[in-house]
Design a protein. Structure first.
Length: 385
């Protein structure tokens, strides 16, 4: 066995270019699989940060019966909750809780509105402009608004929406000029139907501050129920809507489960790359057999058994796949270290690394068996010619 391993390493060094390329292909395949698995930690951490799961915090919400009525939480509600549960509370005006009636001629639509500052504060990318002025300059235009293509289509019931640039629409009995038409998002509810200036927002809200969320420093269900019960009985707008809460932890767990399922499926798909790299091992082995036909015949003539020839080629395939797997593992560990240094959370468990390495070596062995059998059964007489 020692002599076999020595021979295998000599043969691999003799075909350095082919051996290196084959190992690199396997290394890349294992790197991709491990990278997908490592990214799940970053995804879960980002989700946890966005939902503030680790901050022992719950979000209370107010749902108004009339979506255009500016009703929600007040300072009195905040003080009430702090006294009831003896925990700190914070009033928040979310980026997606404000709606307004918008008119064009006889047509009316209830549309959501935000400012550019609202979107930036909530890390929402500004939508793509279809026609008109840049959204970044929105606050410079005191009497102009931006509207999404979908909202404008619903409001006007006409297809040629680009012709409505510089035309007026009415918000709360005041006309505003359409300066920009942008692309609506079908999946991101944070992208509003209207993007307006801070001054227009103050006019629409009549200089009132609107809070539709209250953050309380607890995740205890009894305290949450106690807070909601107090609001139901004594809330400032108890007759204009209802109070509820968002279970951030529940949302996190459910979303985390779905995310991990998707990432595991992607990891499974990416593991096909290891399978494909196995064909690279097989191809390298067949190429090696073709170049060493005479050498195989001489070894057989000098007394080497078929099992010896077969074993040597299986060892060669195993060494190639092992080197590739180890290279991939070392590369991903370096990558994870750099990501963590940059503040991007990523990690791998020992089990994930071991399973990937075993799969890599296993495919290497499996794809070495057929070439090994071909080498062992080569005709000795023809090989010596």
């Amino acid at each position: 066995m020692i002599n076999l391993f020595k021979d295998v390493f000599k043969l691999l060094l003799r075909n350095k270019r082919q051996s290196i390329l084959t190992s690199i292909a396997i290394a890349i395949a294992s790197f991709v699989v491990l990278f997908v698995q490592a990214s799940s930690e970053f995804t879960n951490q980002s989700l946890s940060d966005n939902l503030q799961v680790d901050k022992n915090q719950t979000t209370l919400n107010f749902v108004s019966e009339n979506v255009t009525e500016l009703a929600g939480f007040t300072e009195e509600d905040k003080n009430l909750i702090e006294n009831v549960i003896n925990k700190k509370a914070q009033l928040v005006s979310s980026s997606y809780g404000t709606m307004v009636n918008v008119f064009y001629g006889d047509s009316k639509q209830i549309l959501s509105y935000r400012t550019v500052e609202n979107l930036k504060k909530n890390e929402v990318n500004l939508p793509e402009v279809i026609k008109g002025k840049k959204l970044e300059e929105q606050n410079k235009r005191s009497n102009e608004i931006a509207i999404s293509d979908k909202a404008l289509l619903n409001l006007t019931r006409q297809n040629n929406i680009e012709t409505f640039i510089n035309k007026d629409i009415k918000i709360k009995n005041k006309n505003y000029k359409i300066s920009t038409i942008y692309k609506a998002s079908t999946i991101n509810e944070l992208v509003p139907s209207l993007i307006i200036t801070e001054q227009i927002k103050k006019d629409v809200m009549q200089n009132k501050m609107y809070y539709d969320e209250m953050l309380i420093k607890t995740q205890n269900q009894k305290e949450i129920n106690k807070a909601l019960d107090s609001l139901d009985r004594n809330g400032s707008y108890k007759n204009k809507g209802s109070y509820t809460y968002t279970d951030n932890k529940g949302v996190y767990e459910e979303t985390k489960s779905q995310t991990e399922t998707i990432l595991n499926f992607i990891a499974l798909l990416s593991s096909i790359s290891i399978f494909v790299a196995g064909f690279g091992v097989m191809n390298a082995m067949f190429s090696s057999i073709s170049e060493r036909s005479k050498e195989i015949a001489i070894r057989r003539a000098l007394g080497a058994k078929k099992s010896d020839i077969q074993l040597s080629y299986i060892i060669e395939g195993t060494v190639l796949s092992s080197l590739g797997g180890l290279t991939g593992i070392i590369s991903i560990l370096i990558c994870i270290t750099l990501m963590n240094m940059l503040g991007i959370v990523a990690s791998l468990t020992g089990l994930q690394i071991i399973i990937t390495f075993i799969a890599t070596v296993g495919f290497g062995i499996v794809f070495s068996i057929i070439p090994a059998m071909v080498a062992a059964n080569k005709n000795m007489v023809e090989g010596l010619k």
